[in-house]
Design a protein around this ligand. Structure first.
Ligand code: G3H
Length: 530
C-alpha cells in the first residue's frame, strides 16, 4: 500500500475552491465578511502527498449564534408563530418543495461527501438517496399520524381532540460520518412537527451544505431553519447558556452532549434526542456458519473504515473456532482494496481526521505491549491519510482498544470459553446499542437472545449491526442514546401530545361544531390528509 497518485476522474476533480460566504438567519442568506475557516480534504490531488484545499466556510462568532437563536425564537414566537400554528398540510408542502430542490443537487453533494469525509462513491450515493427517501417516508408517516389524530375521543363525559404539538426551539448537531443523513434525520422530523431550528454542520462534511442553502432559504418561512458555520464551542455553548433551547438533538460525542446539557440553566426543561458512542460486540458461537459470519464481520467492522456508531468494535469468538476464524477473517481483511472514494471497488478509503492514523497506531502499540499480536500482514501499515486495519488477538480488558470506541480501522478479537464472559462484559459496558449474534442452535441462542435484548436495543441474528431500515427503532441503553429515532419514532421524539378538552354539553358542543364547520382552527380539524 502506498499513497500513489490516484488518477482523479474528471467528473470528481475539484476544479475551483468553494467559498461558502453565507449563513442562514431570519430567512436571509447573510453574507459573512469576517473570519473564515479553510476546509481541507485528507485526499491528495497531487503525486506528492498533500491535503487538498477544498474551500472556505464562515467562522461565525457568539453574536451570530445569538442572532440565529433570536431568529428561531422569533419564528416560534411563544407558540404563536406562523410555523408552529401552520396546518400540517402546509408544513408538508414546504418540506416537499425543499426535497424537490434537494434532489437536483445530488451530484454536487455526493462529490463533496467523497472529498470531505472520504466515503466511497456507492456509500455516498446511498447516503444521499437514503436521506431523500427518509424525507418522503417521514412525510407519509406524519400524514398517517395526523389522520389518526383527526378525531374526538370521549371519556367520563369529556371530549378530547389529541394531537402532537412541537416542543419549541431545537438545536440540531449531526456527526461527521453521516453529515447529511444523520443531520437530516434530526432536522426533518423536528421541522415537520412545527419546531423551529438552528443547525450547525459537524467538523467534517460542511461544504456539502452549500448547494442546499438556497433550498432551505426559499422553502421555509423565515427563521424556521437557521444554519450556522463555525466551532461548536463558540456557537452552541452560548446558545445553550441562554436556556432558550427546548430540545437538544445531537448525534455524535457524549462529551459535547454532556457539556451542552450542563450549561443549560434549566436542564429539567431540556428535551434530549441523542445518538452517542457504542462499542457493539459480535458474539460468534462454536456452531456459527463461518463464511457468513466472516463476511458480516468484515462489513460490520470495516464499512466506512469502521467510522460508524453501529460498527462492530469488538469480536468475541468461541475458543473452539477462534483459530480458524482468525485465519480466514484476517485473510479477508487483507483482501480489501484501499483507494480513493471514486476508485472502483474501494472498500477502505482515506480517513478524514488527520490525526486518526496516529490514534489507531497508539491503540495497536498499547495492545501489542500488553500481549496482542497483529494477525494480518498488512495490519497497521500506514500512509499519510490511512492506516490499514489490524486484526488484534488476543485482546484483553486492560487494553485501550478493548475499552475505547476506536471509530476507525482496527479490530480487537477476544476469545471466550463460557458465554457468561461476553454477557457480563456487555452488562458492565458503558454502552448498550446493538449486538451481533452468530450461531444456529436454538437451544443456545434462545437464552442469549432473551438476555441480550435486555442489555442492548437490537440483537442482529447472523448479521452485522446497522441502523437501517429507517423504519425500525434506532436507540440505545446507558451512554449510547437518549430517545428513539426511526421514521415514526423521530416524529414522536420531536413533539409532545397536547389536546383540547371539552365537557360534553350543548354549549361546548355547539362551539366545537362551529370550529369544525368553519375550519377556523388549524389544530381542531377532522380533515384527512391523503
Ligand atoms: O454512525 C452511526 C449510524 O447511525 C450508523 O448507521 O448502520 O446505517 O451505517 P448505519
Amino acid at each position: 500500500m502506498n499513497n500513489q497518485f490516484y488518477q482523479i476522474p474528471n467528473q470528481y476533480k475539484m476544479t475551483s475552491l468553494i467559498h461558502q460566504k453565507t449563513y442562514l438567519v431570519n430567512g436571509e442568506l447573510k453574507t459573512w465578511n469576517g473570519d473564515t475557516a479553510d476546509v481541507y480534504s485528507t485526499i491528495s490531488s497531487t503525486e506528492d502527498y498533500q491535503k487538498t484545499h477544498l474551500g472556505k466556510v464562515p467562522n461565525l462568532g457568539e453574536n451570530e449564534a445569538i442572532e440565529a437563536l433570536e431568529s428561531a425564537c422569533l419564528a416560534y414566537d411563544k407558540g404563536q408563530g406562523l410555523w408552529p400554528t401552520l396546518k400540517v398540510v402546509d408544513r408538508i408542502a414546504c418540506m416537499e418543495k425543499f426535497v424537490e430542490q434537494m434532489k437536483t443537487k445530488r451530484d454536487e453533494v455526493v462529490k463533496l461527501l467523497m472529498w470531505e469525509i472520504g466515503k466511497n462513491l456507492p456509500d455516498s450515493q446511498k447516503e444521499f438517496d437514503r436521506t431523500v427517501d427518509y424525507i418522503y417516508d417521514t412525510i407519509e408517516e406524519y400524514k398517517k399520524i395526523d389522520r389518526d389524530a383527526a378525531k374526538f375521543e370521549k371519556h367520563s363525559g369529556i371530549y378530547a381532540h389529541i394531537r402532537r404539538g412541537p416542543l419549541g426551539v431545537v438545536l440540531c448537531l449531526g456527526p461527521y460520518n453521516y453529515p447529511l443523513n444523520e443531520t437530516f434525520a434530526l432536522l426533518i422530523p423536528a421541522l415537520l412537527m412545527g419546531n423551529t431550528t438552528i443547525f450547525k454542520p459537524a467538523k467534517f462534511g460542511v461544504l456539502l451544505f452549500e448547494p442546499l442553502m438556497e433550498a432551505f432559504q426559499n422553502s421555509f418561512p423565515k427563521g424556521v431553519v437557521n444554519i450556522m458555520f463555525g466551532r461548536g464551542r463558540v456557537l452552541a455553548t452560548p446558545i445553550m447558556q441562554t436556556g432558550r433551547i427546548d430540545a437538544l438533538a445531537l448525534i455524535g460525542n457524549s462529551k459535547s452532549a454532556k457539556v451542552l446539557q450542563k450549561v443549560h440553566p434549566r436542564s429539567n426543561r431540556l428535551r434530549l434526542i441523542l445518538g452517542l458512542e457504542a462499542k457493539n460486540p459480535a458474539i460468534v458461537l462454536p456452531d456459527a456458519d463461518l463464511d457468513l459470519t466472516i463476511s458480516e464481520c468484515i462489513s460490520g467492522t470495516l464499512s466506512f473504515n469502521g467510522q460508524r456508531c453501529t460498527a462492530l468494535k469488538v469480536l468475541y469468538v468461541h475458543e473452539d473456532i477462534v483459530e480458524e476464524f482468525n485465519k480466514r477473517f484476517s485473510a479477508k481483511v487483507d483482501e480489501l482494496k484501499f483507494g480513493n472514494p471514486w476508485d472502483e471497488g474501494a472498500k477502505l478509503t482515506p480517513l478524514p481526521e488527520p490525526d486518526k492514523p496516529e490514534y489507531i497506531q497508539e491503540l495497536i502499540d498499547d495492545a501489542k505491549e500488553k500481549g496482542a499480536n497483529i494477525l494480518n500482514p498488512k495490519g497497521g501499515k500506514t500512509i499519510e491519510n490511512f492506516i490499514f486495519p489490524a486484526v488484534l488477538f488476543p485482546v484483553s480488558k486492560d487494553m485501550r482498544v478493548y475499552v475505547e470506541e476506536q471509530f476507525g480501522p482496527v479490530i480487537p478479537v477476544v476469545s471466550f470459553k463460557d458465554i457468561s464472559q461476553p454477557l457480563d462484559d456487555i452488562a458492565d459496558s458503558n454502552y448498550g446499542q446493538q449486538v451481533s449474534l452468530f450461531g444456529k442452535n436454538v437451544k443456545a441462542l434462545a437464552p442469549l437472545i432473551d438476555t441480550l435484548v435486555n442489555l442492548v436495543c437490537r440483537v442482529n441474528l447472523n448479521s452485522s449491526c446497522q441502523r437501517g431500515p429507517d423504519v425500525y427503532p434506532f436507540t440505545g441503553r446507558k451512554d449510547s442514546a437518549v430517545s428513539t429515532l426511526s421514521v415514526h419514532d423521530a416524529l414522536r421524539s420531536f413533539s409532545i401530545r397536547t389536546f383540547v378538552a371539552s365537557k360534553d354539553n350543548e354549549y361546548n358542543n355547539a362551539i366545537l361544531n362551529e370550529l369544525l364547520d368553519k375550519k377556523v382552527s388549524n389544530f381542531i380539524s377532522t380533515d384527512y390528509i391523503l
